[in-house]
Ligand binder design. Structure first.
Ligand code: ATP
Ligand code: MG
Length: 305
C-alpha cells in the first residue's frame, strides 16, 4: 500500500515509544517520511464566518455556532475542545455535510461543501459496526457503498486490517472483540474508503486508559503514514495535546473560536509527559472559564424554573 507520506522534520519513532506499543510490528520514521504534497495556499478545509442555529420546541432558535472561522491545512491534525454543548459535534456534522450552516460557507479544497462526500468521513463514539457482519465484511461495507471493485475491496480489506493489526481477526464478529479492537475496526473501515479528511467525534471517550493510550499511538502512526487530514473532537485536553498539531478551543454556547494553540512539542508524545501536562494546563485554564459559564447558565436556568 502506498501513501502520500508526510511531515518533514518530525522525530523518529523511538525505541522508547515502540516499547509502549506492545503490538507494534514496525517503526514509523517520521523524519524519513516524504513531504506531503501540499497545494501552496489552498487549505484542505476552510470554515468562513459560519453560524448555525437550530429550531427549538420552546420558541427562539438556538444559536449553536457563531461566526466560526477556521482553516485546516492538508495533513494537519487539528483537535477541537470546548465545554459540553458548545457545538463541537455540530461543527463536525457541518464539515461532513450532514448539517447546513445558517450563514457563511464551508469549503473543502476550495469547493463549497454541498452534502456528504466520500472525501470526508465521520467516526462517532458509537461505532455503527454491523454485528451480523464479520470484521472483514464491516471494513468492506463502506467501500461497497462507494462502488469500489471487488478485487480492490479485497486488497484494501487486507491492507487496512494489517494497518490496525487485526488481520487475524478478519473472520470474527464484532461481539468477539474488545472495545479497543472494535474501535480499530471502525478506523480501518473509515480509512479503507480512502477519505482525505477524517472527522473523529470523541472516538476514544468510552475506552479504558490503556486501550486509549494504545489507540493514540496507532492513530498517530496511521496519520503519519497516510498523510490524512484529521479533525478530532475531544473533552480531554491532554488527549488533544498528545495528538494535535493545533488545538482550537470553542466557547460555551454559542460556540465561537475562543483561542487557538499551536502544539510544537516533538513527536512521539506521551500523555504523562510533563511538557504535555504543562501545555494542557494552559488550555485547561481557558477551558475552565467556559465550563464555569456553562454551569452558571445551567444552574441559573434551574433556579429560575
Ligand atoms: N438536532 C438538534 N436540534 C436542536 N438542537 C440541537 C441539535 N443538535 C444539537 N443541538 C444543540 O446545539 C448545541 C450544540 O450541540 P453539540 O452536540 O454540537 O455540542 P457538543 O459540543 O458536541 O457537546 P458534547 O460535548 O456534549 O458532545 C447544544 O445546545 C444542543 O442542545
Ligand atoms: Mg458532541
Amino acid at each position: 500500500m502506498t501513501y502520500p507520506l508526510r511531515k518533514p522534520g518530525q522525530a523518529t519513532l523511538s525505541d522508547h515509544r515502540a516499547a509502549h506499543r506492545p503490538f507494534a510490528s514496525h517503526k514509523v520514521d517520521f523524519a524519513a517520511a516524504a513531504v506531503l504534497e501540499r497545494s501552496p495556499g489552498i487549505p484542505k478545509l476552510s470554515v468562513r464566518d459560519v453560524s448555525l442555529s437550530y429550531a427549538t420546541n420552546s420558541g427562539p432558535r438556538l444559536t449553536a455556532l457563531k461566526n466560526i472561522n477556521l482553516q485546516v491545512q492538508p495533513g494537519e491534525f487539528l483537535c477541537v475542545v470546548g465545554p459540553s454543548g458548545c457545538g463541537k459535534s455540530t461543527l463536525l456534522h457541518l464539515i461532513a455535510g450532514l448539517h447546513q450552516q445558517t450563514s457563511g460557507e464551508v469549503l473543502v479544497d476550495n469547493a463549497p461543501v454541498q452534502g456528504p462526500g466520500t472525501d470526508r468521513i465521520l467516526i462517532f463514539q458509537e461505532l455503527g459496526l454491523f454485528p451480523w457482519l464479520t470484521v472483514a465484511q464491516n471494513v468492506e461495507f463502506g467501500m461497497r457503498m462507494k462502488g469500489v471493485s471487488k478485487s480492490d475491496r479485497q486488497a484494501r480489506v487486507r491492507d487496512y486490517l494489517r494497518l490496525v493489526h487485526l488481520q487475524q481477526f478478519s473472520d470474527s464478529y464484532t461481539h468477539q472483540l474488545s472495545g479497543g479492537m472494535r474501535q480499530r475496526v471502525a478506523l480501518a473501515r473509515a480509512l479503507a474508503t480512502e477519505p482525505d479528511v477524517l472527522l473523529m467525534d470523541e472516538p476514544f471517550a468510552a475506552l479504558d486508559a490503556q486501550t486509549r493510550d494504545m489507540l493514540h499511538d496507532e492513530l498517530e502512526r496511521i496519520w503519519a503514514e497516510t498523510g490524512r487530514t484529521i479533525i478530532f473532537v475531544t473533552h480531554n485536553v491532554r488527549e488533544a495535546v498528545r495528538l494535535g498539531d493545533r488545538i482550537v478551543l470553542l466557547t460555551f454556547r454559542p460556540g465561537q473560536v475562543k483561542r487557538e494553540y499551536e502544539v510544537d512539542l516533538q513527536r512521539p508524545r506521551h500523555l504523562e509527559d510533563v511538557r504535555v501536562a504543562g501545555k494542557a494546563r494552559e488550555i485547561l485554564d481557558d477551558l475552565r472559564e467556559e465550563i464555569n459559564k456553562s454551569l452558571e447558565e445551567e444552574y441559573g436556568l434551574e433556579a429560575n424554573a
